[in-house]
Every structure is written in C-alpha cells, then in structure tokens.
Write a protein that binds this ligand. Structure first.
Ligand code: APR
Ligand code: PHB
Length: 389
C-alpha cells in the first residue's frame, strides 16, 4: 500500500488533517487502533476557537456546526457568591463556538465517507519505520495479516498514549510535565443549561464548571480527589456539591436530572520537544496535554494541524520545505502559550491541598484584578478565544 501522508490516529487531529489534505488533493490513509463507535463514544470539551471553526470550513465540514453550534460572546467567572462576566466580543471582537468534540469527530467521519477517503480501524501494532530517511513506512496488523504502508511523511496523531512520540530518540526528546493533585468529576444530564454562557467557579469547596452541549443537554464538572471513583458519587451527592460551589443565583436556576454519563479525568500539563523527527510530525495529544480549564485540548490539536497542513500543501504544490523544517518550532511557540493559559486558569480557580491562607488571598486578589481591570480581562479574553495562528 502507498500513500503520500500516513496518519496514525483517527481522533480529531488525524481526521481534520486528513480532510484538509484531501481538499488540497493530497492522498492520506488514517490508521486507527479502535473501532469507529469507540472513537465516537468519547465525551470531551466542546469549545471551539475561531481558528478551528475556520479549519472546519476549509475542510468542508462546517455545515452542521454552523447550524447547531452556539456562538458564545463571553463567559462568567465566579468566586464564592460573586460573579462577573468577561465579554470576549467587546474586548477582542471575537467569540468561541460551543459544539461538542464528538460532533466534530462525527462530521469529519461522515465527510470522509462521502469523499471515499481511507480510514482503517482496528489496526494493532502500528509502527513507523525509517523516519530519518526519505522513504518512511508504517507496519501494522489488521484482520490477521501484517500490512505495510509506504509514504512520504508520517503524521503522529495518536494521542498521549500512542507510539509515535517514542520514536523520537531519547537523546533528542525532552518532556515537560506538571501533574495536578486533583481530578474533575463530570456529569452529562438531559437538562437545560443553568446559564446561556459557561460559569467557571472558584469556591472554598473547590472548583466547579457549568457547561453545555445544547439547549437540553448540560455538562457540569466539580473538582474531586484523584482517589475518588465515579461510583462514590450518587447523582444527588453530585448536584448537592455543585450547588454549594456556584453562586446562589445560579443555584436557584439549576435544573437537575439523572446523569447519563459520569466520569473522572485527571489534570495534567505536558509538552514534548521537539514535535518532529525526520519525516514524522506529532500533532495534538501525542505531543502535548493541557488541563481542561480553558478548553484548549481540541484547540491546541487544531493549531498543530493548521501548521502541518499549510507546510505539507506548500511542499506538495511548490516544493517549498520551509514550513516542514520549522514545523516543531512554529507549533511549539503557540502551544507553550496555550499551556501557560490553561495552567493559569487551573491555578486561579482550584483548591490545592498545600494551599495556605496567603495563597488563597493571592487567588482572591488575582480574581478581583480580573474583575476590575480591562487589561486583565482583555488578556484572558484573547487567550480564551484563541491567539492568532
Ligand atoms: N495505533 C493507531 N491509533 C492509535 C494508537 C495506535 N497505536 N494509539 C492511539 N491511537 C488513536 C486513539 O485510539 C485515538 O483515536 O489515536 C487517536 C488519538 O485521538 P485523541 O486522543 O482524541 O487525540 P487528538 O486527535 O490529538 O485530539 C485531541 O482529544 O484528548 C482530547 O483533550 C484532547 O480535545 C483534545 C483532543
Ligand atoms: C465542556 O463543555 O466539556 C468543557 C467546557 C469548558 C472547559 C472544559 C470542558 O473549560
């Protein structure tokens, strides 16, 4: 088998890259370890920066998002009982689009089907070879047979646990990590969202977030212990704890119902440098992880895809190799800024086990500064809606 770009991983990064390259006439094959149903059952944040919205348009998959997505011009920040709004539109002229990541993935799969693009599911033992030569290839096992895929380039879009990052020799690779001492317990419920906009809330009992998927589907999170299991939390316990962590005016409006999904996610910041090795390029969670505060996971994956897509189109159309050579440097420059923003929002809004009274006063002062200063709000807003590519 031969293709121009072998894409390892059929999550949002791999699928979006494949679809964008397809639009430019560049041939790709996506190799995915899991089934399509499995990939489409993962529930993840749904806040899209304008840059990602534009990539969806360029990939020809924006129709349903434009119809069913919600434009958010601002967000609410709460500290205890006090709440204020950061107006993205007034401060930056920009907004975010609330549209579930599962829907983004579904739209990409459907577009691939329509275009006859190749996605191979249930591939095991996927391994890239000869990445430091001009003729790399990928081997994998599927339906009981070993296959070989020859290519010009390999895109490692295989998530945090995938094999591609490990192909960068240890003597070259540097990994930077911060693990946070808590998790997020998330609940999905078929109830109307408590507010039209998201509420990020710091409280004496820990962080809470009120988010949504649509007019009758809400997504809520509370900070929890890493040792907790979702089974430790009955629905009633979850709703009671959420009520205690958001301002009273929101509590009064909160509609609760049975959870249709409940899970715990750990919080981590992680970056791998460099993001390329020979003819392999890492995109998305394969190269970096952010804590979910600020919703940058999907958006940082899209940022990488944007740079790699442009670099590959320049290579194939004009023989221009500048973008390819500087991919890692260019992608990382933006990634580190998104890492900083996600780390800052996490630090601002959570209770940390080792925090003393001074640290809590510092958080209060940081939030009060954000409430009172247009400069501080502009800094938050421009990061939240997404820094330019
Ligand atoms: N072979 C083939 N595919 C693999 C392998 C492997 N050995 N290992 C992992 N994969 C697949 C996974 O099954 C998954 O479908 O790679 C895909 C990676 O997808 P994601 O983990 O969703 O990562 P990415 O596409 O970078 O998307 C980033 O997803 O995790 C969230 O918060 C993150 O929103 C962000 C987005
Ligand atoms: C979500 O809706 O799942 C969500 C929204 C915003 C975040 C994190 C998660 O910062």
């Amino acid at each position: 088998m031969r293709t121009q770009v072998a894409i390892i991983g059929g999550g949002p990064a791999g699928l979006l890259l494949s679809q964008l390259l397809h639009q430019a006439g560049i041939d790709t094959v996506v190799l995915e370890r899991r089934s399509r149903d499995y990939v489409l059952s993962r529930i993840r944040a749904g806040v899209l920066e304008t840059g990602l919205v534009e990539l969806m348009q360029a990939a020809g998959v924006s129709e349903r998002m434009e119809r069913d997505g919600f434009v958010h011009d601002g967000t609410l920040i709460a500290n205890g009982n006090e709440q204020f709004r950061v107006d993205f539109k007034a401060l930056t002229g920009n907004h975010v689009m609330v549209y579930g990541q599962t829907e983004v993935t579904r739209d990409l799969y459907e577009a691939r089907d329509a275009a006859g693009c190749v996605t191979l599911h249930d591939c095991s033992g996927v391994k890239p070879h000869d990445l430091d030569t001009d003729a790399p290839y990928v081997t994998f096992l599927r339906e009981g047979a070993v296959h070989r895929l020859d290519c010009d380039f390999v895109a490692g879009c295989d998530g945090f646990h995938g094999p591609c990052r490990q192909e960068i020799p240890q003597s070259v690779r540097r990994e930077f990590e911060k693990v946070y001492p808590f998790g997020w317990l998330g609940v999905l419920s078929e109830t109307p969202p408590v507010d039209d906009e998201l509420i990020y809330s710091n409280s004496g009992r820990g962080f809470a977030l009120c988010s949504m998927r649509n007019a009758n589907l809400s997504r809520y999170y509370i900070q929890c212990q890493l040792s907790d299991s979702p089974d430790d939390w009955t629905d009633d316990m979850f709703w009671d704890e959420l009520r205690r962590r958001i301002p009273e005016e929101a509590t009064a409006r909160l509609e609760t119902g049975p959870s249709i999904e409940k899970s715990i996610a750990p919080l981590r910041s992680f970056v791998c440098e460099p993001m390329q090795w020979g003819r392999m390029f890492l995109c998305g969670d394969a190269a970096h992880i952010v804590p979910p505060t600020g919703a940058k996971g999907l958006n940082t994956a899209a940022s990488d895809v944007n740079y790699l897509w442009r670099a590959l189109v320049a290579w194939y159309s004009d023989g221009e190799r500048g973008g390819i050579d500087t991919y890692s440097e260019t992608a990382l420059a933006r990634i580190w800024k998104a890492e900083r923003f996600s780390w800052w929002m996490t630090t601002l809004l959570h209770r940390f086990p080792e925090q003393n009274d001074f640290d809590i006063r510092m958080q209060d002062a940081d939030i009060a500064y954000l409430r009172d200063s247009t400069a501080a709000q502009t800094a938050m807003a421009e990061n939240y809606v997404g820094l330019p590519y």
